[in-house]
Design a protein around this ligand. Sequence first.
Ligand code: ADP
Ligand code: ZN
Ligand code: ZN
Length: 668
Amino acid sequence: MLIQVALPVPMYRVFDYFVPQNSYFPSIGCRVVVPFGKTRTLVGIVIAHISQSELAIDKLKPIIQVLDHQPILDQHLLKLAHWLAQYYHYPLGDVFAVMLPTLIRQGRLLENNQSKQIDTQAISNKNLSLNTEQQFAVKTIQQAIDNQCYQGFLLNGVTGSGKTEVYLQVIQSVLASGKQVLILVPEIGLTPQTYQRFAERFSVNVLMLHSGLTNPVRLAGWQACRDGSAKIVIGTRSTIFYPFADLGMIIVDESHDQSYKQQDTLRYNAQDVALYRGFLLGCPVVLGTATPSLESLQLVLQNKLTQLQLTQRAGDALPVKIQLIDARKQKWQFGLAQNLIQAIQATLDKQQQVLIFLNRRGYAPILLCDGCGWQADCPRCDAHLTVHLQPVAMLKCHHCDWQQALPKKCPECASENLDPVGMGTARLTEGLQELFANIPIIQIDRDTTRKKHSWEKIYQQIQDNPTAILVGTQMIAKGHHFPNVTLVVIPNADRGFLSADFRSPEHTAQLIMQVAGRAGRAEKAGRVLIQTRQPDNPALLTLVRHGYLTFAEQLLFERCLLHLPPFSHACLLRVEGKSLDKNHQFIHEAKAILPYQSQFAEFGVSISGTIDAPMTKKNSRFHSHLLILSKNRQFLHQLLDDWWQAVLQLSSAKYLKLTLDIDPISWA
Ligand code: ADP
Ligand code: ZN
Ligand code: ZN
C-alpha cells in the first residue's frame, strides 16, 4: 500500500507515502493530495507502487485524497516526463508542473469523460492539385502514416512553396484513420489566418491553444485533446505536453523558430520533444520550414530525418528576386536611401503594397544630449532606454519593465537639446507619412497589436487598402500571406552578421529569408531590397546570390572546424546573482569540482572560462555563464548528472539562481 509521489518542489527526489486501508488505491499517473512538511498540502503525481520504503513505516505519512480514478498522464506522457527530467536535469515534480495546466496542478476534479468518437471521415474535398514535389512529399509521409510508425521528416520548402497544402493533405489521411493531429506553431505566428486555413478545409473540431487563454478555457481544450473530440489541435510550444486520445501525427511548422525553446524554468525545445514524443507513440513527425536550423540539416546528413524538398513556389507565384542596395554615398531620408524611396514610390504607383521590416519598436532606440553626450540608460540594465511618443511620451526599457517620463532637460548639463537618435517603427511610420502623404502606413509591432482583436483589425486594414505601406518588426516575418505585397524592404540587415554570438549569422539569415518570403506570394512578382553599408559582406553575398541552403552549408562547415554545435553538444550553466564577484567566485569553484577530467580529451570536452552575458546587468541582477561542450552526448550527460548535484551543494551557490541550459540557442 505504498506509493512514490512526484511533488512540485525544487528537489531532485520523489516522496514515499502510504495509502490508508479505506482509500481508493491510485494507479500510476493519478493525482493525489498529500501532506508536506508540518503544515502544507500539495498535489502530486503517483509515479510508482512500491513494496518498501527507506523510511521507517511509522515515519511515513498517509495520503489525504486521490483525485483521479483514471491516470491523467498515460504511459507515454509518464515516459516523456522521465526523459525530460533526465535530459534537462530538472526535478521530476517540477517537470510535471510545467507539463500540466494550472487548474490540473491545483487539483481541479475532472468529470469522468468517456472517449468521444466523432463522426469524421465528412472530410475535405477542396484539395488543390499538387505539383510533383508536393506529391512526392505527401506520398512519402503517407507511407509512414499507413505503416503507423515513427519517422522524422524535414519538409524543407522555400517560402510560398505550398508546405501548408502538404500538411493539409497528409492530415486528411490521419483524420481518415480516426486519429488526431497536433500542429505546433511559433508563438506569434498564431493568427486568425492560421486557424482559418485548417478550419476551412475540414469539417472537424479544430482547436486553437495559445498563451492568451484563460485557465478554464485552457482546461476545456486539454480535455478535448484527451477525450479525442478535438481532431486538429493547433498550439504553441507547451501544447506538445497535452494528452491525446489517439495522436496520429505531429507537425512542427516554422520549425527553425526560436520560440520553440522555452527560455526559463524547464528550458526544453518543443521541436526535440515533438520528435521524441513521435518516437514513443510510433507516429510521423513533420518539421516544416524554409530555413532549417543547422541542427536539423545535420540530422538529415546523419539520416535521422528524411528530407523532403520543395524548391519552387506553388501555383503561379514567381521566385523572389533579392537585391542588395549599396547605401553608401547616397542621400538618406528617415533611414532610407534615395533609390529605396524611389522603388517604394514605383510600387505604390502600381497600386501594390510595400512591406518594410525594421526590428525595433518605439520611436528611437537612444535619447542623446547634444550638449554633453549623455544618453538615457536604464538604471536596472546595461541598455539604453527607448524613446516612445505614443500613447504618451515616455522612456522605456525593452528588457525590464522600467519606464519614466521623457525628460525636458539633460540631467547632467541641463541642456534642452535632447535628440532621439536612430529609427524605430513609430518614427519610420511618421517619416513615411510625410514622404507619402495620403498613403495608408500600417505599423505592426507589439505596441500596435497589444489590444484584443487588434490583429484582426490590422488584417482588415491590409485587405481594404491594396495600396499601402506596412512597417513591422519580426512579428510580420512569420508565415503571413499578404497577396498584394510585391516589394519587401530591409533597411538594416547587416547588424546581425556582426554579433559575437556564433548563432547570430544563422538567425539573421533565417529572419531575412522569412521576411523576404512575404514578397510576391500571389501571381504578382516579388522583389526584396536589402539596404547595406557593407555590400561586400561575404555572408550577405552568399545568402543573396546562392540562397539559404548554400549559406547554411558554409556555416555548417565553419561550425565543424570550430567544433561548435551541431558538431558538439552544449550545456550552458547560467548564473544569476546580486554581484559579479559572487558569480565569478561560484563559477571558479564549480569548475574545480568537474568530475572525469582525465577523460575530457577522449570525449572532446571543452570548458569555457567565465563568460559574462552580453547584457551582464539585467533587471538589477548580474548574469554570467559557463559553457561546456562535448563531442559525445552520453558522456556530457553523465558528467552533468554527477556534477550538477555537487554544484548545488556548494556554499557559494547559495543566493544565486542557477540554471542548466541544455542545447542553448541564445547567450543572452
Ligand atoms: P508555405 O507554407 O510553403 O509558405 P503556402 O502553403 O502558404 O506556402 O502556399 C502559398 C500559396 O500557394 C497559397 O496561397 C496556397 O494556396 C498556394 N498553393 C499551394 N499549393 C498549391 C498548388 N499545388 N497549386 C496551386 N496553388 C497552391
Ligand atoms: Zn547634457
Ligand atoms: Zn531595464
